[in-house]
Design a protein around this ligand. Structure first.
Ligand code: PNS
Length: 164
């Protein structure tokens, strides 16, 4: 049973994340998509909302035999991975700019817990520039994000910024 954790902020989930999940499914029997609960950050969507959005979005993904679970965690990632009996952490890399930060985290995580492997997956070309941060920025400034996030996310963002 190959279980992996795909950790992140997912504020909100993008089509880039979903592509990594779908492709990760070919490598693992189970992937737990784990949302970091970070009290220092001020996310657009609450953890509960992000869980709901992710569950909805995952229904659209072809997974064959792979099981997908949405969860949240607090504190040290490797501790959570160990508690979940998972063997790997999945992370997506879009551009060389992601590499340095991801390498630092992977090495630090390995130092904490050498039994856990980090598996890097290259983003699909089509989403290699897509980030949750840019999606939020562009949307708030009136730009278009269609095709970059699931339609349900776009709808929720519209509602979030609706003027009363
Ligand atoms: O989607 P993000 O914001 O790039 O995800 C970052 C995340 C959640 C993977 C990272 O911040 C993390 O693992 N946080 C948990 C705390 C922790 O273990 N920190 C040490 C990492 S070396």
């Amino acid at each position: 049973m190959r279980r992996a954790i795909y950790p992140g902020s997912f504020d909100p989930v993008t089509n880039g994340h979903l592509d990594i999940i779908a492709r990760g499914c070919k490598l693992f029997d189970e992937i737990i998509i784990a949302i970091l609960v970070n009290p220092d950050k001020h996310p657009l969507f609450s953890v509960e909302e992000r869980q709901e959005i992710l569950r909805e979005a995952l229904e659209e993904i072809e997974t064959d035999e792979c099981k997908l679970i949405v969860d949240s965690f607090q504190g040290l990632l490797v501790k959570y991975v160990t508690e979940q009996n998972a063997g790997a952490i999945v992370r997506g890399i879009r551009a060389i700019s992601d590499y340095e930060y991801e390498l630092q985290m992977a090495l630090m995580n390995r130092r904490q817990e050498p039994r856990i492997e980090t598996v890097f997956m290259m983003s699909a070309e089509a989403y290699s520039y897509v980030s949750s941060r840019l999606v939020k920025e562009v949307f708030q400034l009136g730009g278009t994000i269609t095709g970059l996030v699931p339609a349900a996310v776009e709808e929720r963002m519209r509602k979030k910024f609706e003027k009363p």
